[in-house]
Design a protein around this ligand. Sequence first.
Ligand SMILES: NS(=O)(=O)N[C@@H](Cc1ccccc1)C(=O)O
Ligand SMILES: [Zn+2]
Length: 315
Amino acid sequence: AFPNGYQDYHDFAELTSALQRAADDHPGLAALSTIGTSVEGRNLWLMSITRAPAGSPEVLFTCQQHAREHLTREMCLRIVNRFTDGYGSDPAVTRLVDSRIIRVIPSVNPDGAEYDHATGSFRGWRKNRQGQGTDLNRNWGHQWGCCGGSSSSPSSDTYRGTGAFSAIETQRVRNYVASRVVGGEQRITAHIDFHTYSELILWPYGYTYSDTGPGLSAQDAAAFRALGTQMAQTNGYTPQQSSDLYITDGSINDWMWAAHGIYSYTFEMYPRSGGLNGFYPIDDVIGRETARNDAAVDLLLSYADCVPRVIGASC
Ligand SMILES: NS(=O)(=O)N[C@@H](Cc1ccccc1)C(=O)O
Ligand SMILES: [Zn+2]
């Protein structure tokens, strides 16, 4: 359980129960599986939600690469509950579930998350629990460690690991995404990785200040920007290429795009600012700050059959 003022946040056991309940309550609509275990042996849960024909466009939502960013786990749970409980009653939800395959990984770093709150007060922990910890969002394999956007020091909070995908958890997600290549085609077309905080919507590349780069054309950049901007209009976040914030190398977004052509965004959630306390908003804000992203989630899902349509291009 979480400390006082934070009880509505789900710890790993509560997350697992909530996911099992959602799957049990919605057979034929929601299915719970695991993409493997973490360093310490916790399941990396995957909830799949759909009533769409096989071969329909797939959208992936990942949460809590960073342990202390507990609000993101609640964001992924919101997506699970909204698209299961809302099916058949909410027209927007029903239309999307009937035409898309929704995939949710509510915690990419369950070990770090438990470690962060295990003592009853928060540790401010960010990384996974391998050795001195690897920053999972610097461990992905596109331009890994290229550009000063991560650290080679194991004690650093942005330690990139000993090599691309040296972290067990990034390996599991990499392998899962690779398994969605069917008949030479990647079925996942769009992705959001949720973080806290700063209220931003970010897109690739993070490793270079340039708007374009190898494998990212001016048209690709225009589509990323247009959809990112439209999503930001629904939640009030600030849209920008992630390197406009700072250079990062080995981030999930760069790899999802470069390796698989997946339109991959980072959402930095509430609050807009706040020092270390910014990672620990009281549980009263969970409902408001997760529902705040409903329209953006729906927008991404609606474009998932052909994201370039957002700039009038065809697929
Ligand atoms: N959540 S955060 O405070 O760690 N910020 C993120 C921001 C970020 C996310 C994705 C690409 C570039 C930058 C980070 O990984 O540094
Ligand atoms: Zn983060």
